[in-house]
Design a protein around this ligand. Structure first.
Ligand SMILES: [Zn+2]
Length: 92
């Protein structure tokens, strides 16, 4: 299913599958999940733990539309961008 491929690029353009994902982000299910993740993180970025989180990021898109709590992270803008970066630099 092609939706999995495009789902990683939330910010990108207006093709059909991406719209489905965007609509999902407005759904009650996602809002609830997102809120639960935020509460788990106590509002703080779960990656750097330095900044206030603002976004719910996917660690994996394996279960996109049916995510588990552990597939998601509450993150600040900066960490979210790094997480979604096309070429993750391997950590030493
Ligand atoms: Zn962060």
């Amino acid at each position: 299913m092609a939706a999995l491929e495009v789902a990683g690029k939330e910010e990108r353009g207006a093709n059909g599958e991406n719209r489905e994902y965007k609509e999902y982000l407005l759904s009650p299910r996602w809002r609830k999940l997102r809120r639960a993740v935020m509460l788990r993180a106590k509002g703080q970025c779960e990656i750097c733990r330095r900044y206030e989180g603002v976004d719910c990021a996917h660690l994996t898109y394996e279960r996109v539309f049916h995510e588990h709590m552990e597939d998601l992270l509450w993150v600040c803008k900066r960490c979210h961008r790094e997480l979604d970066a096309p070429d993750p630099s391997p950590s030493p």
